[in-house]
Design a binder for this molecule. Structure first.
Ligand code: PMP
Length: 477
């Protein structure tokens, strides 16, 4: 008797939090309960999720950017189902698999410059680890530079490039020879590059934490500085790539940047199978895989898995056929411009910035004395609390899933599927306006929510979203 999946789901319906409390991550269960994100979702299609009561949610988080092409995309699923019918060999290891060759060819075609070789991974962080290893091996230098506020993953090497102490705390010592420079600061970059021992500068062309867009010319100039000082320029496009910003790579907004390595993951396989890729130059590859003896010196068991490769091919085909990149540009502008038109009506809203469908709403100190007092109170309770006063009512009252964009910054972030429609954009903007109206009334129910969560975080007890006064946005990825 094979596993009856329908029965399994039906028999265990609603046990999610009980099971996670007992077996997986009880602290996260507390976090979700505290902030009212303890929904049980039972259906997902495209840009929508449905909970057990049949309530629909607009997903502006897309699984941290995994579902650029929608959840349970039927075309990608069909390709996977068709492939599984073939009894095609997978992970033979001592072979040259057809499908990874095909996907590598397709990815290279989409690069803005000549990147010759594709190394496949199972995740974004594994791509970053790969880039660190390749850069060190190819340049015979130890140093890696990263930007402040960077997020490149949470394994040991990529964590060493994380610009946020909250993530690093408790896991040291991390990799030596890693240097942080302020995002956007060319002078600081050159100062470190001029040490002469730097293998690579690893940079997100649009930073995921806080959605920071580089100053015009920064990436081009940084690239030139790397070349001048013999370091590699590595673009981490794990979140910003795959069409999210309206171009295949976010780097392409900055002109002809000519990266030495590009890292992709997240939406590469349509959200069905973990996959990632590092595209690199032939000379770098040649130095790493320098002899027959070293022909698999960097590899992993599940890299190039057939399902991931088929999903990747089907994803690229879907993206092209449906012109998803063009839609990302149009919908990003719709949301960004829509929010700009209301910005001045709500004192807490400080800045709206976006590139395609990477959108940030930043909040700042309001003008009125009363609201200013409320702002300081919230920040006194916890530096990262305020934006939760927006994400929570967006979810509870309007069924819109969003996330706080990082630690100690008052930003919420939108990275919805690229297939969202104008009516989704309008729905979001209207919901946001409603939340803003309530938040601009102090005292009022919105502030009660903020203070309740703040108090439970401070208490460090059962309600503390992530323990030790550090809150739920630690989960933001
Ligand atoms: N790089 C960037 C820019 C990311 O946004 C992320 C994930 N949020 C990663 C790397 C790590 O990817 P993963 O979670 O698949 O390891």
């Amino acid at each position: 008797m094979t596993l009856d999946v329908k029965k399994l789901l039906a028999d265990n319906a609603g046990r999610n939090f009980e099971l996670h409390q007992a077996h997986v991550n009880p602290r996260f269960v507390k976090t979700l309960r505290t902030i009212g994100f303890d929904k049980i979702y039972t259906r997902a299609e495209g840009q929508y999720l449905w909970d057990t009561d049949g309530r629909r949610y607009l997903d502006m988080l897309a699984g941290y950017g995994v579902f650029n092409f929608g959840r349970n995309n039927p075309d990608i699923r069909q390709a996977l189902c068709d492939f599984m019918e073939q009894n095609y060999p997978n992970l033979v290891q001592m072979e040259a698999p057809l499908l990874s060759g095909l996907l590598a060819d397709e990815l290279k075609k989409r690069m803005p410059n000549d990147l010759d070789i594709v190394y496949f991974t199972n995740s974004g962080t594994e791509g970053v680890e790969t880039a660190i290893k390749f850069a060190r091996c190819a340049t015979k230098r130890p140093g890696i530079i990263h930007a402040s506020k960077a997020f490149h993953g949470l394994t040991n090497g990529s964590l060493s490039l994380n610009g946020d102490e909250n993530f690093r705390d408790g896991f040291g010592p991390l990799l030596p020879h890693c240097h942080k420079v302020p995002f956007g600061d060319l002078e600081a970059l050159e100062e470190v590059l001029s040490r002469g021992d730097i293998a690579a500068f690893v940079i997100e062309p649009v930073q995921g934490k806080g959605i920071n867009i580089p100053p015009p010319g920064y990436l081009m100039e940084a690239r030139a500085l790397c070349r001048k000082h013999g370091a590699l320029f590595v673009a981490d496009e794990v979140q910003s790539g795959m069409g999210r910003t309206g171009k295949f790579l976010a780097l392409e907004h900055e002109g002809d940047v000519d990266p030495d390595m590009v890292i992709l993951s997240k939406s590469l396989s349509g959200g069905y199978v973990p996959a990632g890729a590092v595209l690199t130059r032939k000379w770098i590859y040649d130095r790493v895989f320098s002899s027959m003896d070293r022909s698999v010196v960097h590899s992993s068991t599940f890299g190039q898995g057939s399902l991931a490769m088929v999903a990747g091919l089907a994803t690229l085909e879907y993206m092209d056929r449906n012109d998803c990149m063009a839609n990302a540009t149009v919908m990003g502008d719709r949301i960004g411009e829509g929010l700009l038109t209301i910005r001045d009506q709500y004192q807490f809203v400080k800045d709206i910035r976006w590139r395609g469908l990477m959108v940030a709403i930043e909040f700042g100190v309001p003008k009125s004395m009363k609201l200013r007092a409320a702002w300081s109170l919230a920040h006194k309770l916890d530096k990262s609390l305020f934006p939760q006063g927006i994400t929570i009512p967006l979810l509870q009252d309007h069924g819109i899933l969003t996330q706080v964009a990082g630690h100690n910054i008052d930003v919420i972030k939108l990275i919805p599927p690229l297939i969202i429609t104008e009516s989704d954009c309008n729905y979001f903007i209207n919901g946001f306006i409603e939340v803003m109206k309530k938040l601009h009334k102090f005292p009022g129910p919105s502030w009660e929510v903020i203070s309740r969560i703040g108090r439970s975080a401070l208490s460090g007890g059962a309600g503390n979203p992530a323990g030790q006064g550090q809150k739920s946005e630690r989960i933001a990825s």
